[in-house]
Design a protein around this ligand. Structure first.
Ligand SMILES: [Zn+2]
Length: 112
């Protein structure tokens, strides 16, 4: 449906498909509202994905950034990590970071 016509009594619908398969080759048709069957569209994905924060392991130069669930101190890869709270706020995990843990990234990719 692309538009509502005549104060809600008709709908302008657009048909999909090859032009030669359409009735009289016409793509847009006005249809009386009562002749339509309207079905609700389901949400694409209602499952919330956990929001991972950044945890760190290793020393300063070899630091590895892990995906950590908020309030925990174990990376997704099961590595013990130090969460990085900054004034009560923690950094979101960035899988594209140069220092991102490859196992955490792989587990994130396989779980999504
Ligand atoms: Zn990790």
């Amino acid at each position: 449906m692309i538009s509502i016509l005549n104060h809600g009594t008709n709908a302008l619908v657009r048909l999909e498909g090859d032009r030669f398969d359409l009735p009289a080759g016409i793509r847009r048709w006005p249809v009386h509202w009562d002749d339509l069957t309207i079905e609700p569209v389901a949400d694409a994905d209602t499952t919330p994905t956990p929001e991972y924060r950044t945890g760190i392991s290793g020393n300063r130069q070899d630091a590895v950034l892990h995906a950590v669930l908020p309030g925990t101190s174990t990376g997704l890869c099961a590595e013990p990590v130090s969460p990085l709270p900054i004034c009560g706020w923690s950094l979101p995990f960035a899988p594209t970071s140069r220092r991102a843990c490859v196992r955490c990234v792989a587990l994130l990719v396989s779980s999504s």
